[in-house]
Design a protein around this ligand. Structure first.
Ligand code: MN
Length: 251
């Protein structure tokens, strides 16, 4: 990461290709100097995301296969594998055992395990991971298939317990935290207890809102402020920690 000193913030999980104009969304993130991980949900979206992030200073594209899409798109795993050598960043991937997606959980497990194995084999990948109602299983798969020396797992919008957060920390995971997570007492308690050196920030835009519009990377300051509030820290100190965590992680 060459321009860390210029960096204003970190949005490590944002669906830029779900905004009306991907090119403009990338330009806005560049302009705002927010290090943005543009996650994708299907490998079919990869070529365009990849092409548009080739000369960018702050925006990187991640190659994803979203667990909520696995029921219809498990056969795109071969395409996902085909593109993997083009990027260090992988996501959105993971498991979703919520009521709407539970039926495909067996297929999701096969896909996620394969993704972890391919990343471990390739080495040096960074993954942004969805774990709705499936934290123990997600952690078990990471533990078995993505050894710490072979890749980095970032838990996106983590909603597990404090002991599950400790287990993830012991496995070497980072946590990308958004402002929405701290609307509940449970969320505030969880974020308050995470190790500071493993915290990154995210918006998960456009799935979170600011002033009744979809959040953008430049809104990630809301996450910084909320983290600072729950940890009784100065927001600037939190932002410095997040930038330094990013730098450490990318090294
Ligand atoms: Mn997402």
């Amino acid at each position: 990461m060459s321009d860390i000193s210029l960096l204003r913030g970190v949005d490590f999980h944002c669906h830029l290709d779900l905004y009306p104009d991907l090119k403009m969304a990338i330009e806005k993130a560049e302009e705002a100097k927010i290090y943005t991980l543009a996650v994708t949900t299907t490998p079919k979206a990869w070529p365009r995301n990849y092409a548009l992030t080739q000369g960018t200073r702050f925006v990187r594209a991640a190659l994803g296969l979203h667990p909520q899409l696995v029921a219809e798109r498990a056969d795109e795993l071969a395409l996902w594998e085909h593109y993997l050598p083009q990027t260090r960043y992988v996501g959105e991937v993971g498991l979703d055992a919520g009521p709407r997606f539970y039926r495909s959980i067996d297929a999701q497990k096969v896909v996620f395990r394969t993704i972890l194995e391919r990343c471990a084999k390739a080495g040096d990948k960074i993954l942004t991971i969805h774990s709705v109602r499936s934290v123990p299983l997600v952690l078990e798969l990471i533990e078995c298939h993505l050894p710490r020396a072979r890749g980095i797992a970032v838990m996106h919008w983590f909603t597990g317990s404090k002991s599950e957060a400790r287990r993830a920390t012991d496995l070497g995971c980072y946590f990308s935290v958004n402002a929405e997570m701290m609307r509940t007492e449970r969320g505030r308690d969880l974020v308050g207890g995470l190790p500071l050196e493993r915290i990154l920030t995210e918006t998960d835009g456009p799935f979170t809102q600011v002033d009744s519009r979809p959040a953008e990377p430049s809104d990630v300051g809301k996450a910084i402020e909320a983290i600072a509030a729950v940890r009784s820290m100065d927001p600037e100190a939190v932002n410095n920690a997040v930038r330094s965590n990013l730098q450490q992680m990318l090294r």
